[in-house]
Design a protein around this ligand. Structure first.
Ligand SMILES: [Fe+2]
Length: 190
């Protein structure tokens, strides 16, 4: 797969993917807060979102790291460190859920409650990471555009596609950002 490093394309693709990531993070929070949630379902959902977030981190590292390093080396280091930290935290959360599964059923409730707190703390940190990327990293990319491209991008960002449009088979943007093997991938040709 070759990466399309056009800043306009990447900025819009990443912003759209981040909307979906936020929705998936909140979906796991909702599952963990549901009184009927079983440990098997929780383990499966955590494994799924771990793959999704890890794949996204790798894609950002591959597509953006060199561009960002030219603009702001400290920010590039921060992004790289964050991705490593989140990978380790996701591994820990999945291990925590697997530990709960091995314990007697009467202890599941207490351990799921702890997992709920730990997961939401992770979500809080991850949301700040996404926020930083969108407020700092994407504008840095946009500054590489010509005035005409910049205006076009601003107009596009004012009316971002909905999650359904990006992911659905019939949406105007279908195929530009699509789930693949449980992950979101950037389709890198225009
Ligand atoms: Fe990131």
């Amino acid at each position: 797969m070759t990466f399309n490093t056009n800043p306009l394309f990447m900025g819009n693709a990443i912003a759209a993917i981040h909307k979906t990531l936020r929705a998936e993070l909140f979906a796991v929070s909702a599952l963990l807060s549901h009184p009927a949630a079983g440990i098997d379902e929780i383990i499966s959902k955590l494994a799924e979102i771990r793959q999704l977030l890890n794949t996204h981190s790798h894609q950002e590292d591959s597509a953006l790291e060199s561009l960002l390093r030219d603009y702001d080396p400290a920010m590039a280091n921060r992004m790289e460190d964050d991705h490593l930290k989140f990978g380790a935290q996701l591994q820990q959360l999945c291990a925590q859920a697997s530990t709960a599964q091995a314990l007697p059923e009467h202890r599941h409730c207490e351990l799921i409650e702890r997992l709920y707190l730990d997961w939401n703390r992770f979500v809080g940190e991850y949301l700040l990471h996404l926020d930083l990327e969108e407020r700092v990293l994407l504008p840095a990319l946009m500054r590489q555009l010509s005035p005409v491209e910049s205006l076009a991008c601003t107009l596009l960002m004012q009316a971002p596609p909905t999650r359904r449009e990006w992911l659905g088979t019939g949406g105007a943007h279908a195929g530009r950002v699509a789930p693949s093997n449980g992950s979101l991938s950037l389709e890198m040709s225009r």
